[in-house]
Every structure is written in structure tokens, then in C-alpha cells.
Design a binder for this molecule. Sequence first.
Ligand SMILES: Cc1cc2nc3c(=O)[nH]c(=O)nc-3n(C[C@H](O)[C@H](O)[C@H](O)COP(=O)(O)O)c2cc1C
Length: 207
Amino acid sequence: MKTSKKKKKNKKKSTIILETIITTINPDHTVHIAPMGIREEEGCVVIAPFKPSTTLENLERSGCAVINMTDDVRIFAGCLTGRRDWPTVPAEVIEGRRLKAALSHIEIEVKHCKEDELRPKFYCEVKHRETHLPFTGFNRAKAAVLEAAVLVSRLHMLSAGKVDTEIEYLRIAIDKTAGDQEREAWKWLMERIQEFREQETAGEDMV
Ligand SMILES: Cc1cc2nc3c(=O)[nH]c(=O)nc-3n(C[C@H](O)[C@H](O)[C@H](O)COP(=O)(O)O)c2cc1C
């Protein structure tokens, strides 16, 4: 009885996290595109970039951003493999740009920031919401590309064995359910893993 009470107390309240593409404006007025999870807290949309981050710097300076919902997983994989040049169009009510491929987007303004050494939290107010295209349904390969993209963003923190085991499992969904976009995105991510390992080996050889 005592144990179950303790368990309940320690249980963290889960919050839904949506994987999105955040577009912010750089000091030279170009657009910066980065995959990031968002959540809702205290009636605000929360963006939490790990330091260092261009998105973080842009949010601090401009105080606004666009949150893009897209099912084109090449954009997630592309941003993590040096392919950040995706078409954008002007936002409606803020000084920003949204992805042309967005199914829907939200324009936000930063209300306040909870400082943190590793991962500050930006609490944002929604200024505008718009839907552009219909949601066409779940696809396992799209989800697999997202998971692989998260692994690629953490290659420096994960063991090669863990990455290989997870990739092996995710590949099943790619082989069974991917279309051309998902196959292309998957290829970019696999190339990146290969590249990372080659760089690591080259680094070890230098020692
Ligand atoms: C699905 C997905 C979700 C991510 N969510 C976050 C996030 O919430 N915070 C973060 O700092 N990085 C996140 N990343 C990693 C960033 O996209 C990546 O490190 C990026 O380069 C951020 O840095 P930047 O703002 O300098 O571009 C995510 C990556 C993927 C694929």
C-alpha cells in the first residue's frame, strides 16, 4: 500500500508533445527552420530549445515565431542533414514566415521565458491560426522517419548499439509503408549516421 502511494506521488504528469517545424527570423532577415516539439502549459504554447540554438537566439531577439504542422517528413530529416532550404511564404500577423508545405500553422508571440542553463522554456501566446491542407491519415513510415530524426539529433549522446537496434526496428515500417518522400528522408538520415561514424573513427585515428 505504502509503495503504491509512493509510486503515484513520483509519477510525472504526462503532457502531449507535438513534433513541429519552427520558423524564426535571423538577424539578416533570412528564415531559420528547425524541428522542435511543442507542448501546452499554463494556457500557453511552450517551446523549449536546448542551448546553444539559433531558434532560441531568434526567439529572444524577435519575440515571435511560426509553428508549422507538416507531414512532409523530408523537412524534419532535411534540417538535421544540412538541408534547411525549404520554401516559405510570409506569415499573416507577425513578422515571420511559414512553411509553404504546412498543413496548418500557428503564429506566436513570446509572453515570458523561464530561464534554464540547459533548456529555457518560452511561453507563447497564439496570435493567429490557419489550416491550409487536410490531414490525410497516419503513416508508419512517417513516424519511423521522425523517430530516426530524433536519434540523429542525439548521435553524440547515444551508443552505436542503441542507435543500430532502434534503426533496425524502425526500418520495418519504412520497408512496408514508405512512399518516395519517406524513402528519401530515410536515406538522408542513414547517410548522416554513416558520416558521423566515419568522423568518429577518423577522430580516434588522430589520437
Ligand atoms: C522530431 C524532433 C523534435 C525535436 N525537438 C527539439 C526540441 O524540442 N528542442 C531542441 O532544442 N531540439 C529539438 N530537436 C533537435 C533540433 O531540431 C536540432 O538540434 C536543431 O538543430 C535545433 O537547433 P537550432 O535552433 O540551432 O537549429 C528536435 C529534433 C527532431 C527531429
